[in-house]
Structures are given as C-alpha cells and as structure tokens.
Design a protein around this ligand. Structure first.
Ligand SMILES: [Zn+2]
Length: 299
C-alpha cells in the first residue's frame, strides 16, 4: 500500500504528474520485481529531495495501512490490559484511545514495557509515537494504530527537559561550522549506488579510474566510498562514508549483498547518529563521516 501524501509531495515539486509517478513505479517494478511499490515510491521521493517519513500525522490521515507512522496526540481513554493465549503462550495486550483535533483512534500494543508506561499515564497526557504502523482490525475492519517493538514512545510531562538534553548533545546540520566535527542525529534518506569504490595506486598514491597510467594494476587498492544524504529534520546535507565508516554504514541493513543494503538504507527508514566533519562551500553542506551508529527511534 502506498502513501498518498508522498505522491502529492512529488507532484507538488512540478516535475511529475500523478500519472508520471504511476508510470515510473510500474517501470521500476518490472525492473526490480523484488521491491514493493511502497519501496519504489520512497526511492522516487528521496531522488526528488523529499523525505518519505512523515513526522506529523494527524489522526484523520491514518485511514489505511501505513507502515511508518509518527504522531503526537493525547491519551483519551485506557482499557485494562488483557492476557490472551497466542500460539499456546500467554501474552499481554492493551488498547487505548488517542485523540487530536482531527479525531480519535484506537491504539493497540503487545509490548509489556509500553503497557506499563501507558498504564502509569493519566488521561489527557501527551503521547508521541514514532514508527508505529496502522492496519485494519481483522474483526471489525477499523483501522488501528499498532505500537510494536520497532516503535518508540514518549509520554510527556517533561518533554521540555528531554528536548533540551537532546539539543545539547546533537547539533543541527545548519549549526555545524566549516571544518568542525560534530555529532548529528538524523535519517539517512538516500544512498547513491553508483561509484561506490575508491581505487588508488599504492605506488604513486593517486586516485585512478581503472588502473594507474604508469604502474598499471600492480598495486591497486580498492576501498568503499559511499555518498548519501543525511537529514536531521530541519536541514539535509550530502555525506560521504569512506572505508571503515562505509562498512559500519552498510552493517545497519540486514540485507545480504551491497547493492541490496544500499537500496534498503536509501528508503529513509534508518535513524542514525553520526559524528561528521563539515565542509561548507557556498551554501552547500558536505559532511564526512567519522563514526556512525544506528539509534532506536526517538522523538
Ligand atoms: Zn601509480
């Protein structure tokens, strides 16, 4: 299932009509039969400078199956957790209702940690969820939000403190000075799959295309060099991962081969913390990664 708002964002840029988008997706689907339409749409979005993660869903927009939902709302009502038997095992599940200015909706979670935290909240508390997903309840057909193990949850009476802490630790891309190295928290929203190796002649130390003019292929070394886009929610920058950093980057995807890993990471679904050095020229940001770690989704 594709998310309509991503298509709208692409068409708003003026380059493609809705029909164009549909045609491109069809074309790529025949080229890459293993990719879902949703994945292809996300790819097309990042190619057009759109981050395919919506950070601010409203309840009324969640009217279909959506794989990645970030939303802030209020807790309206909680139902006591129940114990049910799933495949012969006892499991705890709970439902609660959230509301915002556009409506209300059921949320379901099987995660015991989340259940405890929600039970300890008060009705009317603010709740923010990241990477939840929506799907139809199989009994009544109503769309519900699901909080799974890959989701993040924040119930806030102290949201302000939390934001201050995060702000102290991480800089936004636009705040990092030229030549400065800083920790940045964001999403990898695109990786470029062409030209991912840096080939050098180890005798003259020159960068070469295929082989050295003088020393031919006698002492060539081949290391990874992967370029991509890092988005921190406000700014985005090109970022380059060399050698060991490129290897750490690829490790964040569980896919097998490099090409699949690069495609997987390109969909904008991995939140990372990178330590990177900024090079600014004119108004362009360019980062070189020094260290990269995946982080649990956080708000
Ligand atoms: Zn050489």
């Amino acid at each position: 299932m594709m998310e309509e708002w991503i298509i709208d964002k692409i068409t708003e840029k003026g380059k493609f009509s809705k029909d164009d988008v549909a045609n491109i997706i069809k074309q790529r689907k025949s080229q890459f039969p293993d990719l879902t339409e949703d994945a292809i749409l996300r790819m097309l979005a990042t190619e057009n400078g759109i981050i395919p993660i919506k950070r601010d869903y409203k309840i009324k927009e969640i009217n279909q199956r959506i794989n990645h939902v970030n939303i802030s709302a209020k807790i309206k009502r909680k139902f006591p957790p129940r114990t049910v038997t799933v495949k012969g095992r006892a499991a705890k599940v709970m439902n609660f209702v959230i509301e915002d200015e556009t409506g209300e909706m059921q949320v379901i979670t099987w995660n015991e940690n989340y259940i405890d935290r929600i039970m300890n909240s008060k009705d009317g508390d603010n709740i923010s969820m990241a990477n939840a997903y929506s799907k139809e309840n199989s009994f009544n057909g109503i769309i519900e939000l699901n909080l799974g193990s890959g989701s993040a949850l924040s119930i806030n009476s102290n949201e302000e403190h939390k934001n201050v802490k995060i702000r102290e630790k991480y800089k936004k891309i636009g705040e990092v000075g030229d030549g400065e190295t800083s920790d940045i928290n964001g999403f990898i929203t695109r990786l470029f799959s062409n030209d991912i190796y840096l080939i050098r002649c180890n005798i003259c130390k020159k960068k070469v295309d295929v082989e050295c003019d003088i020393h031919k292929d006698k002492a060539l070394s081949k290391t990874l060099k992967i370029r991509g886009i890092l988005d921190d929610g406000i700014y985005s920058s090109s970022i380059t991962f060399f050698d060991k950093q490129a290897e750490s980057l690829l490790k964040i995807s569980r896919k097998q081969d490099i090409k699949e890993k690069i495609e997987d990471i390109s969909f904008g679904l991995y939140q990372v913390t990178v330590s990177a050095r900024m090079n600014k020229f004119n108004d362009n940001y360019s980062l070189t990664a020094r260290k990269i770690e995946t982080v649990e989704y956080s708000l």
